[in-house]
Design a protein around this ligand. Structure first.
Ligand code: SAM
Length: 288
């Protein structure tokens, strides 16, 4: 196991659950891009191609499959009518509950898995601004937005910390850059997972969350999420801002496979990694 990970997780109350889950392989999953494909058409194609999929209970267009390689060969995959996405990664956009006509900021958006889900959930009727700092990842974001038929999205290649806070939004998704501790495969070495990465992530997470709160309209809600299970990147970041925001309690989705890690802040959701879910953290915050 990675030494840094071992050290950082040593006092975690759900240490064993997380370690065991990080050694399991993960089932493939995806969603129908309803901007381009109807569910019935999708089912028909799956039947015709004899591809085995199972819809998940908490999002009608999400599915799991053990036939992912066959799916990658299909025209509906190549043209953006379906998107391969982890189950955990769908949740922040769903908990955001985006609505048509809202102005929505996706602050750290590439490759666009959540931006495009927000667009699909609002039938491309919300005014989305998607920001991404990294130029190569920005190109990937742009590619996915176009491929998935999203038209109501304004793309900005910029460090989101430098956004002009003269602009305010009805709703914000901050899917923050993080150490990725919830997605590690502990059967491998994970050389990229270092204390420096965790420390750097924490610093940027603070700066981005502080900026997000400035740009959120009063009384409106935002999501702060990471694919990390470390409290330092999750609850401890949120805790610093509780004088500016209230936590809107998240009701965990109903799924027998979901394993929730106990949190020190009531109403946030920390998902333990397992065969179905990546380790993830989601907090819904309302600006006072
Ligand atoms: N939300 C994305 C999705 O679901 O497809 C994944 C986002 S990923 C967790 C975080 C992203 O934030 C990375 O693409 C990273 O390049 C970007 N990023 C890091 N620091 C940033 C900053 N200061 N401003 C904007 N984007 C940043």
């Amino acid at each position: 196991m990675n030494e840094t990970f071992e050290l950082l997780i040593k006092d975690h109350p759900s240490k064993q659950l997380i370690i065991n889950g990080s050694k399991m392989g993960r089932i493939s999953s995806g969603r129908i891009n309803t901007l381009k494909l109807d569910k019935n058409q999708f089912i028909e194609i799956m039947n015709n191609e004899s591809i085995n999929i199972k819809f998940i209970d908490w999002y009608e267009n999400g599915f799991i499959t053990d036939d992912i390689e066959k799916i990658r060969q299909l025209e509906i995959y190549k043209n953006g009518s379906i998107y391969i996405q982890s189950l955990s990664s769908m949740l922040p956009a769903l908990y955001l509950e985006p609505k048509a006509k809202e102005t929505i900021l996706d602050m750290a958006a590439a490759p666009g898995g959540k931006t495009t889900l927000i667009a699909a959930l609002t039938k491309d009727q919300a005014a989305i601004t998607a920001c991404e700092q990294n130029p190569i990842r920005f190109q990937k974001l742009k590619y996915n937005i176009e491929k998935q038929g999203v038209s109501n999205c304004y793309l900005i290649q910029k460090d989101a910390r430098q956004l002009d806070d003269y602009f305010t939004f009805d709703s914000i998704l901050l899917d923050a850059p993080c150490s990725g501790s919830g997605t590690l495969d502990l059967n491998r070495e994970n050389k990229q997972f270092t204390k420096e990465l965790v420390d750097k992530s924490i610093k940027v997470q603070h700066q981005l969350l502080s900026k997000a709160i400035k740009m959120l309209k009063k009384g409106q809600t935002m999501i702060y999420s990471t694919c990390s299970i470390l409290n330092e990147e999750n609850e401890e970041i949120v805790r610093k801002y509780l004088d500016l925001v209230d936590v809107v309690p998240i009701i965990p989705i109903k799924d027998e496979h979901l394993q929730v890690v106990e949190s020190n802040i009531e109403g946030v959701l920390t998902i333990a990694p397992n065969q179905y879910y990546e380790g993830f953290f989601i907090a819904k915050l309302k600006k006072k």
